[in-house]
Write a protein that binds this ligand. Sequence first.
Ligand code: KIV
Length: 279
Amino acid sequence: MAPERSTGNRIGAKDIRRRKGGVPIVCLTAYTYPIARMLDPHVDLLLVGDSVAMVLHGHATTLGASLEMMIAHGQAVMRGSTKACVVVDMPAGSYETSAAEAVASARRIVEETGCQAVKLEGGVDVAEQIAAIVAGAIPVMGHIGLQPQSVEKDGGYKIKGRTEENIAALFRDAEAVEKAGAFSVVIEGTVEAVASDITRHIVIPTIGIGASGDCDGQILVIDDMIGMTVDRVPKFVKEYANLRDTISDAAARYAAEVRGRAFPGPDHVFSATSGKDKE
Ligand code: KIV
């Protein structure tokens, strides 16, 4: 399938890279065409996160995401945006085994969606994969700290940076991702002071989620941020709207009107005599 064509005005990975230490980089996840259209004017970067597996598809973890799922949502987000830098997550199982597998998966994502970059989770353990993808001219965003693809292995969502050993490992991961050529790195679920220190320590922009206000940018999962999440809402989320209640209220009013034969009323049906049909 031919990639979506960008308008030429899109923010690219290099533009994001240049924003280190400047005005904070505004990022949100997006998975669908209408949401991408609504967010595009307001953000610098849209991430088609593998959180889509949980948020839209109801899987228990992000391990439910597949390459096909990420590509389909990546295509929808590209169709719905013209300005934002679109980054598509590489799902678990598409890059860990070898650099060759990582390059093939990243190439497929970029060719089939037209997105600007891919993201993958890990630090020292995936440095070789990041370097190989970057060598193939595909920009990569790293993801260190709490890594949702590893929650089963880690025994749950565990905040990182609480022991000396763990802090040292986080710095090694940040340095490895930077050295491998990533243009930026997400730091998730990490003690505030540690995320702040890493931000000062590396030269690529850090994008925080449950991390620190000192990061070079922030990201949230869109459904969490607009109050659509029906299961667990993490502590670090700020809800800027409550669409759960709005949707539930609309459904309740609709149900009452259908049962009471109040809907459809005269404004929502066609009469034989009204002249031109109006949709
Ligand atoms: O999949 C996702 O939504 C993410 C963000 C939490 C950064 O990786």
